[in-house]
Design a protein around this ligand. Structure first.
Ligand SMILES: Cc1cc2nc3c(=O)[nH]c(=O)nc-3n(C[C@H](O)[C@H](O)[C@H](O)COP(=O)(O)O)c2cc1C
Length: 184
């Protein structure tokens, strides 16, 4: 690894792939600004002692990080607590709209907040992910709609992801990129 360039590990847990694409985009964007970046899923995470900072993201299932991501935080607690860590989640509630939906969207699920606080993460952001109609019961779909989630499909907001990545780059004093990274 080259000296003086921040070394960043972008680590993710995904069930259906949308979190992987977000993690890859964040990694590409930070690398495009001159950081030394490795992107890996939690099962194949690199040794954290080689990195200055960590970006950790997981899909949300049942108002929690995926079990492998929670396990990763508990297992690497000390190394994470010693580093600058940015955390994100990918779920459908971040896409909720309307007065009730927006309030729900802003609430960080308790178990995710506990993980965040256990390592003193610098920041946490909830991104909208995929919401597929197939396999979701009529009851669940109605509940979703009532809470302000009228849309289905790929709900990812790449402008929001790019803006959050920029805050990481600024905190690590990375230079402005010459070109921008294209999202999937
Ligand atoms: C079994 C299951 C449970 C889910 N539970 C939640 C939840 O509690 N909150 C939420 O916001 N999204 C929830 N979601 C939505 C997913 O997190 C969302 O679709 C996300 O894009 C999945 O990311 P992935 O493609 O990386 O797996 C759930 C999805 C599934 C399949």
């Amino acid at each position: 690894m080259e000296p003086n360039k921040p070394r960043i590990a972008v680590i993710f847990a995904t069930a259906q792939g949308s979190t992987r694409e977000i993690a890859q985009y964040i990694g590409d964007d930070l690398a495009n600004r001159g950081a030394q970046v490795e992107v890996a899923d939690v099962e194949h995470a690199p040794e954290l002692s080689r990195f200055d900072a960590v970006v950790l993201g997981s899909a949300v299932h049942n108002m929690d990080y995926l079990p492998a991501a929670g396990e990763f935080v508990r297992h690497h607690h000390d190394a994470l607590a010693d580093r600058d860590v940015w955390m994100f989640s990918v779920g459908v509630s971040a896409a909720l709209r309307g007065p009730i939906g927006r309030r729900i969207a802003q609430r960080v699920p308790e178990r995710i907040a506990a993980l965040r606080d256990s390592i003193g993460a610098r920041d946490f952001h909830a991104f909208a992910g995929h919401y597929e109609r197939t396999g979701v019961s009529l009851r669940a779909r109605l509940r979703h709609r009532l809470l302000g989630g009228g849309r289905f499909g790929d709900l990812r907001d790449w402008a929001a992801i790019a803006a959050w990545t920029r805050t990481i780059a600024e905190a690590l004093r990375l230079p402005q990129p010459q070109t921008s990274v294209i999202h999937p």
